[in-house]
Design a protein around this ligand. Structure first.
Ligand code: NDP
Length: 292
């Protein structure tokens, strides 16, 4: 292996330790306890598991957590009323509405109702708009892309002036990751399902952020020697040697890429642990904004 492994688990633990120490100081000083309210609508088992792990992280870091659950047939009015109630609740510092919502609900309307000071997921149009504009600062950056950039910076990868290729343009990962890289003075190319000759584009990249959800699609010979590779993808593949019958792999063929790249994140243990760590950091930040 030639690439330096970026240990997301370790870096995430460092972020969590820092957050826990600041939370303890705030609590001792009688300030607002950072408290995350999660909203789960419907019964998707993956969404329920994500929400549970976010609540658990809050408890581990000495933060408060409130979990709200609406049934899959909840109306638009019920979803909006819940967000408005949490906006008004002075004990709640951050609100996270777990996505995807059931398809009959207007996701954009619900997200746009979240008070910008409580938008710890960073998905409200106001926060994304600020992220997109030069000279404006969002209050919160979406957690997964925030974690990707944090990993690059902690590993000493130079972003300024680098050619960065982001694979994927979703609202939650690809697009905000590209905006963050532009803000840090990288030259950014965003690829998606209609991009022609993906491999040739990726070969130009000093930094690759792969977020397409396609099992090991990025091959070793797509990677410029020495490039930094951040693999966001989480894909389950069958594995008879595992108790669950499956294992998780990324969007990058790790075995090939690690022989060419300069830096690489593993899956699991790379970006995954960073997402919750950055959510905890954002929730602390929300409490600091509301009760400095
Ligand atoms: P989406 O499905 O919302 O977006 C996928 C993006 O990839 C789209 O922009 C799509 O293009 C593009 N794409 C799909 N197929 C191809 C292809 N063959 N070639 C080029 N581009 C393609 O996914 P998400 O952004 O939500 O998630 C991406 C991956 O990251 C998933 O594996 C997900 O599980 C993982 N993830 C991991 C997180 C973590 O904490 N580690 C958090 C969030 C996601 P188009 O726009 O044209 O459709």
């Amino acid at each position: 292996m030639t690439a330096q492994l970026i240990d997301g688990k370790l870096i995430a633990q460092q972020v969590r330790d820092e957050v826990a120490a600041t939370v303890a100081k705030r609590t001792a000083a009688g300030k607002m306890k950072p408290t995350l309210a999660t909203v789960l609508i419907g019964d998707r088992p993956d969404s329920a598991a994500y929400v549970a792990s976010k609540g658990k992280a809050c408890q581990e870091l000495g933060m408060g957590s409130i979990s709200e659950h609406l049934p899959a047939n909840a109306t638009q009015e019920e979803a909006e009323a819940l967000v408005k109630r949490l906006n008004a609740d002075k004990t709640v510092s951050g609100i996270l509405v777990q996505l995807p919502m059931p398809s009959h609900l207007d996701e954009e309307r619900v997200l746009s109702l979240i008070n910008i000071e409580k938008d710890v997921d960073g998905f409200s149009p106001l926060n994304i708009g600020r992220l997109a504009q030069k000279g404006r600062e969002p209050l919160f950056v979406p957690c997964t892309p925030y974690g990707c950039i944090y990993l690059l910076e902690k590993s000493g990868v130079k972003i300024e002036g680098a050619n960065a290729v982001v694979l994927g343009r979703s609202n939650i990962v690809g697009l905000p990751a590209a905006l963050l890289l532009i803000g840090k003075n990288a030259t950014v190319t965003v690829c998606h399902s209609r991009t022609k000759d993906l491999a040739a584009t990726v070969r130009q990249a000093d930094i690759i952020i792969a977020a397409i959800g396609k099992t090991e699609m990025v091959r070793g010979d797509w990677i410029k020697p020495g490039a930094a590779v951040i693999d966001v993808g989480i894909n389950a593949v069958p594995d008879a040697t595992k108790k669950s019958g499956q294992r998780l792999v990324g969007d990058v063929n790790f075995a090939e890429a690690k022989e060419v790249a300069g830096f690489i994140t593993p899956v699991p243990g790379g970006v995954g642990p960073m997402t919750i760590a950055m959510l905890m950091k954002n929730t602390l930040c929300a409490a600091e904004i509301q009760d400095p």
